[in-house]
Structures are given as C-alpha cells and as structure tokens.
Ligand binder design. Structure first.
Ligand code: OOG
Ligand code: MG
Length: 266
C-alpha cells in the first residue's frame, strides 16, 4: 500500500486479539476492513499468524494446514476470487463418529473435501502436483466445518485471511486410501444433509485437480518460510458450496471408491 508504513506488531496483535475474543466468546464481529479499509493481504496473514500464536501459547498447537476458496463454487459464494490458506489447530479436530456441538460455534457450515495425508515433507517453491501425489501417503473423505467470526459470514479477502480462513472443525474418515491408481480429478462426490442430496461434484472442482491446491499451498507457505510436513494432513478446499448446520442435522459426504464420512450435530 503506497503512502503508509506497514502496520506494526502492536496493531497486528490488537487486531488478532479482537478475532480471538470473537471466537472464544462466540460473538460475531464487524469485518476488520470496516475500520481498516487499507488492510493488506500481507498484514492479514501477519494477523492470522499472531492469532494462531495466541492459540498455541494456550496449548493448542497447529497440526495441519488448509487451502480455501480453491473452487469456483466457493469463490462465487463468498465473493472472493483467489485462494487463501489457514491453519488447523489440535482442538479443531473431530474424530470419525464424534458429534459436533454447534453451540461452540457462531454460524457453522459444513463443506466436502478430500484430505491428503503426507508421507514426506513438501517444501516450496517449485512444488508441482506430481510431487504432491508422490508425497501423499493416503487420501480420505473429509468434512470441514467453517465458522466465520464475521457478521452474516460476510468478508473481503484480507478479512477472511486474518480470520484464519474461517477454520473451525475438521473431520477425516477413519478409512484411508492410497492415491496410487486413483484419478482424483474425476473423483465423484455426493454431499447429503439429512438424507437429501444438496451438492454433487468431482475433484476437478478444486483448481482442476486437488493436488494443484496442495502444491499452491506448499509454494505459498514458502513465502513465509513454512512447509507442509510429513505425517500431517492437508485440506485442499471444498469441492462445492458449504451448507449451514444446526442441532439435529446429519451431514454425509461420500466419494467414489474412498467411502464416506458423516457428521452428526447436537
Ligand atoms: C473461507 C474458507 C474457505 C474452502 O474450503 O473453500 C474454505 C470461507 O468460505 O468462509 O475453507
Ligand atoms: Mg474448506
């Protein structure tokens, strides 16, 4: 941003604190750009890292990374036309079969993803989708529960970046499959809510192939010296729109050959 100094540590910390409070008190807030219209994407990532640092200092470390807004469906729905990334902390993980207590969140929505479980580090720059697939030990059906801390789930690009890409909960199917011999681009997906099909899709919805989203993430993280580590998993982004969830709802996401993952809400 021409004409001004980048925001300093003090202001970055103060903005992270606001998001942290909103999340902990389950209170939606105005997007940061309402007050700070000139917030840059770089500053927004600095806020995200400050927010995550607060959480890990409370004993909740980062265990996985995610890309978001990697499908046209999501970009159009959220009005943001480029991918973003966010960080998954230990407390966000639900086990297969565990229920989601929606009262812990503000206005949760569920979305279908194909999780990549890595057997080797992926360190950018220069990571290709071929290298991603070679480094992928397994893939698994997954549901991400997103929960914007912003009023009415409305935001601009820097807002959603600062808000850790709306991350809230993640659930991976216990059943894992080797990616060898699978064409993830053609991988069909059926997304059901309370027994009704609400979305269908294929892997190609995510940047033409979900491995492209993992490569994009590895290369993007390299800008800040980060990488994707062996043993962790990656959420490459939703194949379709997200759907609101409320107590009593049951979400089921089924992928061709990979199987299904379900989430019950209380
Ligand atoms: C931002 C997070 C997007 C995805 O998979 O596209 C995301 C949002 O939609 O609030 O996680
Ligand atoms: Mg997602």
């Amino acid at each position: 941003m021409a004409g001004r100094q980048p925001r300093g540590t003090h202001e970055i910390e103060a903005l992270a604190e606001r998001l942290d409070r909103a999340q902990r008190l389950r209170q939606e807030m105005d997007p940061l750009t309402v007050e700070h219209a000139d917030l840059t994407v770089d500053e927004a990532y600095a806020i995200q890292f400050a927010l995550i640092m607060r959480q890990s200092r409370r004993g909740d470390p980062v265990v996985a990374m995610k890309a978001g807004l990697t499908s046209k469906a999501k970009q159009v729905a959220m009005g943001v036309d480029e991918p973003i990334y966010g960080q998954i902390c230990e407390s966000m993980i639900l086990d297969d079969g565990e229920t989601l207590a929606t009262s812990e969140l503000i206005h949760p929505r569920a979305e279908p993803e194909i999780a990549f479980i890595l057997g080797a580090d992926l360190r950018g720059p220069g990571v290709t989708p071929e290298r991603v697939l070679a480094a992928t030990r397994e893939v698994a059906p997954a549901i991400e529960v997103i929960d914007s801390r912003y009023r009415n789930f409305r935001f601009t690009l820097p807002d959603v970046v600062a808000d850790n890409a709306s991350s809230a909960r993640v659930i991976l199917a216990a059943r894992r499959s080797s990616p060898v011999g699978l064409d993830l681009r053609l991988m069909g997906m059926v997304f059901e809510k309370n027994g009704e099909v609400v979305e269908t899709g294929a892997g190609a919805a995510v940047l033409d192939h979900p491995a492209n989203a993992v490569a994009w993430l590895a290369n993007k993280l390299a800008e800040r010296g980060g990488f994707l580590s062996a043993g962790s998993f990656v959420m490459p982004g939703a194949l379709s729109n997200a759907h609101p969830v409320a107590p009593g709802d049951e979400i089921r996401v089924t992928f061709d050959r990979l199987g299904a993952v379900a989430l019950r809400c209380t």
